[in-house]
Design a protein around this ligand. Structure first.
Ligand code: ADP
Length: 370
C-alpha cells in the first residue's frame, strides 16, 4: 500500500520573516518510491517535509495525497496515516519501547492483543529481539537501537506514507551505514512512499530512488534518479554538491554487467599441470583459471609453476557493484572472477576495465554538459 504525494506551488512564509522559507515548490513523489530531499542546511527541507503532514501549514499552494487535498482532512487523522521518523528518534522517554512502538495503533483503537502482536512484529522487522527490548526504556538503548525503534514506531500502523527527517543523523558512520542498509531491505519489502530529508549527498545516493536537490527556499535545482544526477548534474551548484567524489560514487552505482569482461585462459581441475603449462606458454598468458566439472572457478595457476594452485578467494556477479569488483580485484591480486547464477564462470574483471568504464562515464557527462 503506497500513495502518490503531489506538491503544487507550495509556499511557506514564517511570520515576521521577509523572505519565504519555501517558495513555490512543485514536486511529485511517485507511489512506492523513496524520494530524498537533499540540500544545504537552512534551505527549507524540513519545512517542505513538515507541510506534508501539516505539522507546518503552507501559506499557499496545494498538497495532495492520492489526489486528496490534505487541507480537506483533519490534521490529527492525517498524521496518523503518515509515519514520521526524526533525528535522535524522538521517542517518548517515559514510555517503554513497546509503548512507543504501539502508540499510534493504540490511538487508532486497536485491541490490546493486536497492538502487542504488532509491536513484536515491528521490533523483529527492524532487527531488535522483542523479548529483550519491548520492556526497556529509550535511555537504556544505544543511539542506533533508538533509531530502529523510531523507524518501527513510524511503521507500526502500516501507513502508506513515511516521512523521515535526517533519521540517521545522530549516529556514528558505521551504525548509519547499517541503518541505511536496513531501510533499503525494509523498503524492498514494504514499498512505502518515503520522503527522506538529509544534507548528506552520499546518503541521498544510497537510499533514494529519486533525489530532489534543493537550493535556497527549497527551489528544486534537479529532480532525477541518483545515476542521472551523478552522470549529468543540472548546473554548477548541483555539480558542486555532487562533489569531487563523483568517480568514487559511480563505483557504488555502476554494475559489473556494464564493464567489458575479460576472458581468462581456462582449464579443468582434472587437466595435467604440464598440459596446462603448455597451453599457457602457447597462448603467451601468465595465468590460467581452473574450473570444476560444473564450470565453477576453483583455483588459479601461474605459467611459471602450473603445479602450484591458488584458490579463488572470492568472486563477483554481473549484478555486483564496481565497488565490490574493485574490492575483489584488490584482494585477489589484480583480477576478479565473475560468476553466473549457478556459480559458473562467465568472465573476469580487471582494474583497467573498471578505470575505462568510470572514465567513459565521466567523458559522457562532460559531453552533455558542454
Ligand atoms: P533545512 O531543513 O533545510 O535545514 P528549514 O526548513 O529548517 O531548513 O528552514 C528553512 C528556513 O526557514 C531557515 O532559514 C530557517 O531559519 C527558517 N525557519 C525555520 N523554522 C522557522 C520558524 N519557526 N520561524 C521562522 N523561521 C523559521
Amino acid at each position: 500500500m503506497a500513495s502518490e504525494i503531489e506538491l503544487v506551488e507550495v509556499t511557506k512564509r514564517y511570520p515576521g520573516v521577509a523572505t519565504p522559507a519555501v517558495e513555490s515548490v512543485s514536486l511529485t513523489v511517485p507511489a512506492g518510491e523513496t524520494v530524498v530531499l537533499v540540500g544545504p542546511s537552512g534551505c527549507g527541507k524540513t519545512t517542505t517535509m513538515r507541510m506534508i503532514n501539516r505539522l507546518i501549514e503552507p501559506t499557499s499552494g496545494r498538497i495532495t495525497i492520492d489526489g486528496r487535498d490534505t487541507r480537506s482532512l483533519d490534521p490529527d487523522r492525517l498524521r496518523r496515516g503518515i509515519g514520521y521518523a526524526i533525528q535522535q528518534a524522538g521517542l517518548f522517554p517515559h514510555l517503554t519501547v513497546g509503548q512507543n512502538v504501539g502508540a499510534v495503533p493504540r490511538l487508532l483503537g486497536w485491541s490490546r492483543t493486536r497492538v502487542a502482536e504488532r509491536v513484536d512484529g515491528m521490533l523483529d522487522l527492524v532487527g531488535l529481539d522483542p523479548a529483550a527490548f519491548r520492556d526497556r526504556y529509550p535511555r537504556q538503548l544505544s543511539g542506533g537501537q533508538q533509531q530502529r525503534v523510531g523507524v518501527a514506531r513510524a511503521l507500526a500502523a502500516d501507513p502508506p506514507v513515511l516521512l523521515m527527517d535526517e533519521p540517521f543523523g545522530a549516529v556514528d558512520p558505521i551504525t548509519r551505514g547499517n541503518l541505511q542498509d536496513e531501510l533499503l531491505r525494509l523498503q524492498a519489502e514494504l514499498r512505502k512512499t518515503i520522503v527522506f530529508v538529509t544534507h548528506d549527498f552520499d546518503e541521498a545516493v544510497k537510499v533514494g530512488d529519486r533525489i530532489a536537490v534543493l537550493g535556497p527556499r527549497s527551489a528544486v535545482l534537479q529532480y532525477d534518479t541518483p545515476e542521472a544526477i551523478l552522470a549529468n548534474p543540472a548546473d554548477e551548484t548541483v555539480a558542486g554538491f555532487v562533489g569531487a567524489g563523483a568517480s568514487l560514487k559511480q563505483l557504488r552505482l555502476r554494475r559489473v554487467r556494464e564493464v567489458e569482461l575479460g576472458r581468462a585462459l581456462t582449464a579443468s581441475v582434472d587437466d595435467e599441470p604440464a598440459e596446462v603449462g603448455r597451453r599457457l606458454a602457447e597462448a603467451g598468458r601468465a595465468h590460467a583459471l581452473l574450473l570444476d566439472a560444473r564450470e565453477r572457478p576453483v583455483s588459479w595457476v601461474r605459467a611459471a609453476d602450473p603445479r602450484q594452485r591458488r584458490p579463488v578467494g572470492g568472486s563477483v556477479t554481473l549484478q555486483s557493484t564496481l565497488q565490490d569488483a574493485l574490492e575483489a580485484i584488490l584482494t585477489e591480486g589484480g583480477t576478479a572472477v565473475v560468476t553466473g547464477a549457478r556459480g559458473e564462470y562467465v568472465g573476469v574483471v580487471e582494474m583497467d576495465a573498471v578505470i575505462d568504464t568510470v572514465r567513459k562515464l565521466r567523458d559522457d557527462r562532460a559531453e552533455v554538459t558542454r
